[in-house]
Design a protein around this ligand. Structure first.
Ligand code: FCB
Length: 459
């Protein structure tokens, strides 16, 4: 295949999240988060795993940054743990928590790696959940105050700020079907949470802007939703419903169009949306400079009155059949279809023109062969299937750019193997292998491959 080059200045990097890698759950005044509570609740997380130690990145960050530099990363997306900054979610800040991110940020800058900060990657302070969490409107205001405090310390060095990571997961998995923390199962609560997350984003985005932040954005996981039968009107209606619940419910208000009428009508069947107050949609539409897109796999649906629906999409029972994930699949069971990423990027560019995009997560879990030798092996951990996944998706990204999508960069999920939420440590997404008992890091073959891609700015 011929060589593919990416645009000059294309940002290459990797992403992680605080609870998934930091460990040090009780160090330096950190308060408990909903994920500490959830992972300690029997039956919620694979084999009772918790983030107590994780990759011990809190203590090993300097070595990890050195590794990033060795791999040639130009950018690193990390999240700030709210309970390290405000152990109870409100009130005085814990300076030792800020000190950690201060050191990490400086270490990145010393190596020429651009810091990309995510303010909320799911670890809500438990004290706020005790007061209703994201179903309580006040959480949105507390979030903006926390964002302001973090910017106050890091704003002189961090240029790119994203407020929330995948609010779809926080709301629908956290409050709707209970697969994620805090584990509530209530469709009405899920929609209330969607609104308060968006409100928190809007308030925080305005506060960051007022404080002088250069680039402000949010990361979503918009779905590439496809019909089982492209010629079926019923399937097209199912696509529209699922897109409404996963994409338009976030993107339309974020970009100033307000909540879509068809989505509000669907929501009203489950909960009276009195939580949406006059003026809220204006606050949510605070201007953004960047939309972060996380993509892993497409979604195929059919419209059927006897459809089983999906608990992650409230109200789809009796309307939508979600097709089983087709082969080939990753170890998560997610269909591998790079074309879905290209379709999604083009769709976002068409529906929300003028909004610069960045892939803030993409990657795959695969059973790595530790110590195995293979013809393509460069590192000591062979992961040809991850290389194939990344290669396929980067070709899709390149195609989308060629078709005019304004895409600023690509961040692989993830730098390190880590705590994969409900799957615990059983699923490995890293381009760097972590041996948890010794905390030894070994770049996988995919890390060496990615290093090459970055240095050539192409494939
Ligand atoms: C995304 C999350 C990220 C990681 C990947 C696999 O939904 O944002 O933390 O778990 O999935």
């Amino acid at each position: 295949m011929s060589e593919l080059r990416f645009p000059d200045g294309f940002v290459w990097g990797a992403a992680t999240a605080a609870y998934q890698i930091e460990g040090a759950a009780r160090d330096d005044g950190r308060g408990p988060s909903i994920w500490d509570t959830f992972s300690r609740t029997p039956g919620k997380v694979h084999a009772g795993h918790t983030g107590d130690v994780a990759c011990d990145h809190y203590h090993r960050y300097a070595d990890d940054v050195a590794l990033m530099a060795e791999l040639g990363l130009r950018a690193y997306r990390y999240s700030i743990a709210w309970p390290r900054i405000q152990p109870d979610g409100t009130g005085p800040v814990e300076p030792r928590g800020l000190d950690f991110y201060d050191r990490l940020t400086d270490a990145l800058l010393e190596r020429g790696i651009d810091p990309i900060v995510t303010l909320y990657h799911w670890d809500l302070p438990q004290a706020l959940e005790d007061r209703g969490g994201w179903t309580n409107r006040e959480t949105a205001e507390h979030f903006a105050a926390y964002a302001t405090a973090v910017h106050g310390r890091l704003g002189d060095r961090v240029r790119t700020w994203t407020t929330l990571n995948e609010p779809w997961c926080s709301a629908y998995l956290g409050y709707g079907n209970g697969l994620h923390a805090p584990g509530r199962r209530d469709a009405g609560a899920a929609f209330t949470a969607v609104h308060h997350l968006l409100l928190g984003h809007g308030l925080a985005a305005s506060a960051l802007r007022a404080a002088g932040a250069q680039t402000v954005g949010i990361t979503l996981n918009p779905a590439d939703v496809q019909p089982a039968d492209p010629n079926s009107a019923a399937d097209a209606a199912a696509v529209r419903l699922v897109e409404g619940l996963q994409n338009r419910i976030f993107l339309d208000p974020l970009t100033g169009a307000g909540y879509p009428a068809d989505v509000l009508e669907h929501v009203s069947r489950m909960v009276e949306p009195t939580f949406i107050r006059d003026g809220d949609e204006k606050l949510i539409a605070a201007p953004i400079d960047l939309l972060g897109v996380n993509y892993y796999s497409p979604t195929y649906v059919a419209g059927r009155p006897d459809g089983g629906g999906n608990s992650a999409h409230p109200g789809t029972e009796g309307a939508v059949e979600f097709l089983p994930n087709a082969e080939p699949r990753t170890e998560m069971g997610w269909t591998i279809e790079p074309a879905g990423l290209s379709r999604l990027l083009q769709r976002l560019a068409a529906d929300y023109p003028g909004l610069p995009l960045m892939i803030t997560e993409n990657g795959g879990a695969f059973p790595d062969r530790v110590g195995a030798a293979g013809p393509n092996e460069v590192g000591r951990v062979a992961d040809d299937d991850r290389i194939a996944y990344l290669d396929g998706h980067l070709r899709a990204v390149h195609e989308a750019i060629g078709r005019g999508v304004n895409l600023r960069g690509y961040l692989v999920w993830s730098l390190l193997d880590n705590f994969e939420w409900a799957e615990g440590y059983a699923k490995r997404f890293g381009i760097v292998h972590v041996d948890y008992p010794t905390q030894r890091r070994t770049p996988k073959a995919s890390a060496r491959w990615y290093q090459e891609v970055i240095s050539r700015n192409g494939l």
